[in-house]
Design a protein around this ligand. Structure first.
Ligand SMILES: [Zn+2]
Length: 677
């Protein structure tokens, strides 16, 4: 059996992304816009296979063929007949679901490889005896021969992503080192080219001189088309004694499909910003221009508060070992109109509700300012993983001049907290049912209060540069001491500058505390539609969840203080504030809590990162349908089997052809070649 570090456990948590209500409340054109953007995202997400490992596209093609011919239940019958145990078949389902979720055979969080947790010979029997192999014997056998060995190999260099001897990557040919990466970056900088949509391939010429190909992602390759911006850059260069050649056309057939659906989405754009944004993205993916993507991102930032939000392109550079090449991602998220109506009601009631907080009115701002907070429900997130929030674009120059968007992804957050009953740790049996029933609703109340009234409450006492105070020194009394205010912020001082290292977590604790306190208020509970016994359950589960979250957070050594007083923030009393914070935040083995010992238990019972099942959208006439799948590895596989109903086999063909065309770049001379690649 493989080292558990390199397998996904059979009982891995699987949750479905719930976006039903948000989708239901969209208008027909909004649904069409969301549908075509989703199609573009899913197609583009396939590029991640080519950005991960040499074998990932073949593994994807093989698994897709297998499960297209037989669904997980049908294949199960066959697998058991071939002598697999239930556990071994489940391990195969989990592996497949893992490959789909990570878009490759390396974990998107941690970058380590994962392999199927069953004997290779048994998997081979299942594959070669499957319906898919019966229908297309040569193709299936060929795919298995190409990727079977690598699928299972835990040779040390293959265990994680990295450059050269350090690991595996397909952002660079296998013979590239960190020196090559640095040289290439200097070259790109000298030509004012961005690395975001590139890969680097090195070949050594007959004269022994290295020649580097910088390949841009685009639909077009060498076609003589008049697009002056990019055309002038597609040529050979001498740079510091090396040859560089800038080419384009990486992932061309995949990006072609992305562009087709962006064109269709454009017809349903709600604003001219969206239209211009999509036109620029189309330009970017067609010609390989990051400048066009930046222009598109500028329109995107200007498209404030859309009902259907999206972003698409070569975005995050975490998985490039050099850290400058972007992995493809595309997402579509929606305003949940019902939830945002509740949040608006909360904001409208703010001035009244803030009076309920346990500090004097003088500690509140004269007029309530609504914090910048957007929560959306994800419909589609294609790429190697789904974050719980986004803060983009990543282009530093745009962030400086145009700003950025900071969005919390509500239904992803809900998944992160949802746990199956069997895995619900540290709760009494009778609490588990309540917890499962009320976790979602109480979380909505807590998020609304935390974000809007938590971060939105409180006032900083300031003395401006002219010496004037924004509070009445005579009458405002510190309720902690019963005396007048002794400390405040001077001009130029801020919460962050005074409380520095603890400022942001302290502020989060404060917002959580406001949420816990105000969730007891019947008016608040009424806004969210709860009264009577239900309201009491919401309050109880909100508290219970906070306690459990604090316990689980011991994993990170920063237990959450669930109590905080506004006074120390208003007065800028750093010494008092730090003492309070450190008192609550200390992790020691002192009784009665014995946090350090508890932490060991928490670590032992830690749950592996969950897999998330996403829905599909399907066009029926002019209507868009939402197709949902069960929260299991089999459900996740079904969602992928139905993801590309028109062109699944064609896509698998495209992916393996693209991988095969570059296969020579990952052949190490020392390795014996295996299979056809
Ligand atoms: Zn917060």
């Amino acid at each position: 059996m493989a080292d558990t570090q390199y397998i996904l456990p059979n009982d891995i948590g699987v949750s479905s992304l719930d976006c039903r209500e948000a989708f239901r409340l969209l208008l027909p054109t909004e649904r069409l816009y969301a549908h075509h953007l989703s199609r573009a995202a899913w197609y583009g997400g396939l590029a991640v296979l080519l950005q991960t490992s040499p074998e990932a596209p073949y593994i994807y093609a093989l698994l897709s063929r297998l499960f297209r011919a037989q669904d997980p239940d049908q294949l199960r019958q066959h697998a058991l007949a071939e002598g697999l145990t239930e556990e071994e078949y489940q391990a195969f389902l989990v592996y497949t679901a893992g490959v789909y979720s990570n878009m490759g055979n390396y974990k998107s969080f941690g970058d380590t490889k994962f392999v199927p947790n069953l004997p290779k010979e048994k998997l081979e029997r299942v594959i070669l005896g499957s319906k898919a192999a019966e229908q297309h014997p040569e193709e299936v056998r060929g795919l298995w021969q190409t990727c079977g060995e690598l699928m299972f190999s835990l040779e040390s260099r293959l265990r994680h992503l990295g450059l050269g001897k350090e690991g595996i990557t397909t952002y660079f040919s296998g013979n590239c080192t960190m020196e090559d990466a640095k040289l290439a970056q200097d070259f790109l900088d000298s030509q004012n080219l961005s690395a975001y949509n590139t890969r680097l391939f090195k070949e050594v010429g007959q004269d022994g001189k290295p020649c580097y190909e910088v390949r841009l992602a685009s639909v077009l390759s060498t076609e003589p088309i008049l697009d002056s911006e990019m055309n002038s850059k597609l040529k050979s260069y001498e740079f510091q004694g090396s040859n560089f050649r800038v080419t384009r056309g990486d992932y061309a057939p995949i990006l072609q499909k992305v562009v087709e659906h962006l064109e269709k989405a454009k017809a349903y754009a709600a604003t001219s910003h969206q239209e211009q944004m999509l036109a620029q993205y189309i330009e970017s993916f067609t010609h390989g221009s990051i400048e066009a993507h930046k222009k598109g991102s500028r329109f995107w930032i200007q498209d404030k508060g859309p009902i259907v939000e999206s972003y698409i392109g070569f975005i995050e550079s975490y998985r490039d070992p050099f850290g400058s090449r972007g992995e493809f991602e595309g997402f579509v998220a929606m305003v949940n109109k019902a939830m945002s109506a509740k949040f608006e009601w909360l904001v409208a009631s703010a001035e009244q509700l803030l009076k309920e907080l346990p500090w004097p009115p003088a500690f509140e701002k004269d007029k309530f300012l609504t914090p910048d907070f957007t929560s959306l429900d994800v419909l589609t997130f294609a790429g190697s993983g789904i974050p719980a929030g986004i803060n983009i674009p990543n282009y530093d120059d745009l962030r400086q001049t145009e700003g950025f968007k900071n969005v919390s992804l509500g239904n992803v957050l809900a998944v992160a907290y949802a746990t199956q009953r069997e895995k619900l740790t540290f709760l009494e049996e009778e609490d588990k049912d309540l917890y499962i029933r009320w976790k979602g609703p109480s979380f909505d109340v807590q998020v609304g209060l935390h974000e809007l009234l938590g971060h939105g409450s409180g006032k900083l006492f300031v003395q401006d540069e002219k010496g004037a105070f924004n509070f009445d020194q005579e009458t405002v009394i510190n309720p902690e001491t019963g005396e007048q205010i002794q400390s405040w912020y001077r001009s130029g001082e801020t919460w962050d500058s005074k409380f520095s290292t603890i400022a942001s977590s302290y502020e989060e604790c404060r917002a959580e505390s406001v949420g816990l306190y105000l969730c007891l208020n019947p008016q608040v509970l009424g806004i969210f539609g709860f009264e009577g016994a239900d309201a009491e359950d919401v309050v109880y589960v909100n508290w219970l969840n906070m306690v459990r979250a604090g316990l689980l957070a011991l994993e990170f050594y920063t237990p959450e203080a669930s109590s905080w007083r506004q006074v120390l923030k208003s007065t800028g009393d750093v010494a008092g504030g730090r003492a309070l914070y450190e008192g609550y935040a200390a992790v020691t083995d002192a009784p009665p809590e014995c946090f350090l010992s508890l932490r060991d238990t928490v670590l032992l019972r830690k749950e592996a990162r969950k897999l998330i099942v996403q829905p599909n959208t399907r066009l029926k006439g002019s209507e868009v349908q939402l197709l949902e799948y069960e929260a299991s590895a089999a459900g996740l596989i079904r969602s992928f089997s139905e993801r590309f109903p028109e062109d699944g086999p064609e896509l698998e063909e495209i992916l393996t052809q693209l991988a095969t065309a570059d296969a020579r770049f990952w052949k190490c001379p020392s390795e014996t070649p295996s299979g056809q690649a």
